[in-house]
Design a protein. Structure first.
Length: 350
């Protein structure tokens, strides 16, 4: 749709302006600070801009007219996304994202190139990752505060963004805690962690923010939040599946990493309740895992029914999300657009 194209272009202009101003300020401090901002800008570029698209979709279909204001809200959520993935890479000790050096990876490599020892270079990369994530996070609130709207709406938007950060941090902590616990938590706990860590900031909050900015009623805002919750959970369950069974060239994500890490996902939580767990638990979570080991783990996840369970669970949450669209305050055009969002969320990698 033309309005969406225009809206997305405005999101890019907001982000470009934000980084241009930040780089100008950073250059006055030091060349190395400018370099950090350039690296962060590269990290934020080239994504699918899912969250700004969701903001713009809700806003325009609920009667919003000021695309410039909506673009700023969308850009704020995109910067939040950048902050969270940079911090997530630090937590996971990852130095590569989608086949390329991420922020910690860039700085680890630079340190290695000037002769730093491997451990010192690793420490430098992770340290800069924390700094970069903090800058993106503060930038999200700075951009949101510049939205041209009334004080009541601005305060409501700030509350939504803050709640998203609060939920995501809680979900991340629970995820970290899972990695130190023996066995695997129940599926219900995995789903709640994934809702907090991903669904809130990626779907619930952007939809609610777009609706609030458009002046939508409380029923519409609440229905969109429920839709976003269930869509986000379905999205993350599919992400768990792709992390093990996905085609790396299509997903850009290693199909070995989650198994090697022993990441607690819906697949693992389900398998832990089956006889396959005795063998599977001896395979996953090993830093020296080989492709043949991963193949055996996949075979066990299929044999015990974990893959089918996860696929059905994603489909169930997608169906639940669609039911939330049956709200008198949601226009038919918006419902149709969001139905497509559900479809694209659960059909990735197929």
């Amino acid at each position: 749709m033309p309005d969406e194209i225009t809206g997305q272009q405005q999101v890019e202009r907001v982000l470009d302006g934000f980084f241009a101003a930040a780089k100008e300020r950073a250059e006055r401090i030091s060349p190395s600070y400018l370099s950090l901002w350039e690296t962060l800008e590269e990290s934020a570029a080239g994504g699918k801009r899912l969250r700004p698209r969701i903001v713009m979709t809700a806003y325009t279909h609920l009667g919003g007219q000021d695309l410039g204001a909506a673009a700023r809200v969308g850009a704020a959520f995109e910067l939040l996304h950048t902050a969270l993935i940079v911090h997530d890479d630090v937590i996971d000790l990852d130095f590569v994202r989608r086949g390329q050096d991420n922020v910690p990876g860039v700085y680890r490599r630079r340190a290695e190139m000037v002769g730093e020892a491997p451990e010192a270079a690793r420490h430098r990369g992770l340290s800069v990752g924390i700094i970069a994530g903090d800058l993106a996070l503060s930038g999200a609130f700075r951009i949101l505060d510049s939205v041209d709207t009334d004080p009541f709406t601005r305060e409501a938007l700030a509350g939504i963004l803050h709640d998203a950060v609060f939920a995501s941090a809680g979900g991340e902590l629970i995820d970290v805690d899972f990695s130190f616990q023996p066995g695997a938590p129940p599926v219900s706990e995995i789903l709640e962690m994934e809702r907090l860590k991903t669904a809130v900031y990626s779907f619930e909050a952007p939809l609610r923010a777009g609706a609030v900015l458009a002046g939508a009623g409380t029923d519409a805002v609440a229905a969109l939040g429920r839709f976003g919750r269930d869509t986000g959970i379905a999205y993350q369950v599919v992400d768990d599946l792709l992390g093990v069974f996905g085609n790396e060239s299509a997903t850009g994500k290693s199909s070995l990493g989650d198994l090697r890490e022993g990441k607690r996902t819906v697949l693992i939580a389900y398998a832990a309740q089956t006889p396959c767990w005795a063998e599977l638990s001896e395979i996953i979570g090993r830093p020296d895992m080989q492709p043949a080991d991963a193949d055996r783990a996949r075979d066990l996840l299929v044999a015990c029914g974990a893959r089918d369970y996860a696929q059905n669970l994603a489909a169930d949450y997608a169906a639940s999300a669609r039911r939330h669209l049956d709200c008198a305050e949601l226009p038919a055009g918006l419902a149709a657009m969001l139905d497509a969002v559900v479809s694209s969320s659960v059909n990735r990698g197929r």
